[in-house]
Design a protein around this ligand. Sequence first.
Ligand code: SAM
Length: 390
Amino acid sequence: KSEEINQENEERIKEGTASITTFGSVFYNPVQEFNRDLSISVINVYIQQILNTKNSITKEGNPSLVENKSEVEPDITILEALAASGLRSIRYARELDGNKKIIANDISKKAVESMESNINGNNVANIVETSHSDAILLMHKHKQKGKQFDIIDLDPYGCPSIFLDSAVQAVKDNGLLLVTATDMAILAGNSPETCYAKYGSVSLKIKSCHEMALRILLQCIESHANRYGSKLSMVYHCTGCGTFVLQPLGEIRTNNKNEQVKFGLPTVSVAMPLCNHCGQRYHMGGPIWSAPIHSSEFVKQVLDSASDKLKTYKRIQGVLSVVLEEISDSPLYFTLEKLAGTLHVETPPMMAIRSAILNAGYQVSFTHTNKTGIKTNAPATVIWDIMRCW
Ligand code: SAM
């Protein structure tokens, strides 16, 4: 009976240079084409970096090897831990540079059968090998040096956190981990308790929730990758005016009884002063990753080298151009409408506020996660002064 259903639901799909058949319950999400296009653009830059490093080491160490290109190219190993139809792995095999070996794994037997037929249909059986296993067990088998992967791609249903512990061990030092999370509602503050249970962080429903979502995911990866809290902070968000304060995890502070306490951990209860801009209480969220979320140099390389043949090329260009201009070391942002709404004034033009911040001697930028977001390293007092003078 299931065969019949699968036959009925069979669908031919073309994406990038791959052409696959999905049938029955095997997962395919066309909305994720941008995700796959962007992953290809990013991995190609990463592979180029590995090739350049290898080439320069080989040139210095043994100039004779440079002549024979195949010997200096590394074997890039890629694990797609949750591969469904195999579409992503097939596209990686066909659209990534360099010599590579890809393992496409899935726990579902139907998915593995579907992958095998798609891999053969796209002539990439010499590059992509299938695996029918629980991704966590498979990655645990690859945690020793020599067996680790250069690149691991995690694209689960919803939350990726159960796979992170094994993934960070199965990826090489300086390897590349690509993580997709599709449960944005949880990460963006709709269910802070679920977010804490899944990601070990309390989400906040605030204007900058989409950047906060990214930073919650990054702190979750970081907390599996190493146990130091140096790049993590708690977020205190004023319930009145929306001003936010970041408190690095583990920082020593004095509470209202003048006792020294390790501040910032969600289990420690410390009386927080009221917001000094409006006198309201703070809501606590986090921890979040509070170090930069992108390297400008890397983003520029992806922007310069992404193929204009990708269907979502224009969107990649648009998003990455904003990311490139984005201040990387000032977490979260204000939004114009919230600032104006709090002061009950008309929303000023974005350019006027940006110029005022620049004239006051601070950096300012847009954010790729919100069209009306104002990212700045100016203290909240400066922002409120500018808004009041407007
Ligand atoms: N990466 C695919 C793509 O780009 O088309 C989509 C993957 S789909 C969102 C998630 C897949 O994870 C499903 O095919 C499911 O069978 C598989 N899966 C769920 N839990 C798993 C586990 N523990 N180990 C391996 N695969 C798993």
